[in-house]
Design a protein around this ligand. Structure first.
Ligand SMILES: [Zn+2]
Length: 194
């Protein structure tokens, strides 16, 4: 089934760091799988609405190559998030993919000086726009997954929701308020039907 338009309300955007939001573009709810990067339309809608994606420039025309690179990158990030959140043994295969995709463009660390109190450093990639996009995304994913927030990646505790989130508070077990409420209601009706 090809959807002709994407309702922004259906996008799995939780306000999480970019890498986690990006991983969540593929999710399963029960037996239903949703992949927002499976079509150009879904990809464009996601990049247009994801606040964390505002710094990335999507090419106007999504070629097969860039679409498949984006999906491959997302699958790699998703597999690493799964590995962390589910505490899987061994080595996630996504690592090699990330390290390969970051080499699509050449990047250098550059210093950006606006004012003495507004100085940033960033890795700037050069090359064809679509390769720059994928390499930048891979580079940012590598920085995040190589940092301390990696250890806080969790999966929503609702059985039918597999979305990842970053646990900033140890009491948070759900991706969102609706998931938390749904679980509370299910518990309530269970305890009252005994
Ligand atoms: Zn959830």
């Amino acid at each position: 089934v090809t959807k002709t338009s994407i309702d922004p309300m259906t996008l799995p955007l939780l306000g999480e760091p970019f890498v986690v939001e990006f991983a969540n573009t593929w999710y399963r709810s029960g037996s239903e799988v949703t992949d927002f990067l499976a079509s150009s339309e879904g990809t464009k809608a996601w990049f247009a609405h994801a606040v964390e994606a505002r710094n990335y420039v999507l090419p106007v025309r999504l070629t097969k190559r860039v679409s498949s690179n984006l999906r491959e990158l997302r699958d790699a990030v998703h597999s690493i998030c799964t590995h962390i959140a589910d505490d899987l043994p061994g080595f996630p295969e996504g690592v090699a993919t990330l390290n390969r995709l970051v080499r699509l463009a050449t990047g250098r660390h550059e210093l950006h000086w606006e004012r003495a109190n507004s100085v940033t450093s960033a890795i700037v990639f050069r090359g064809p726009a679509s390769d720059v996009l994928v390499a930048t995304l891979a580079s940012d994913a590598i920085a995040f997954l190589g940092g301390p927030d990696r250890l806080r990646i969790r999966r929503c505790a609702t059985p039918v929701c597999e979305l990842f989130f970053v646990q900033r508070h140890h009491l948070r077990n759900f991706c969102s308020e609706p998931c938390s409420q749904r679980t509370r209601q299910a518990r309530y009706s269970r305890s009252h039907s005994l």
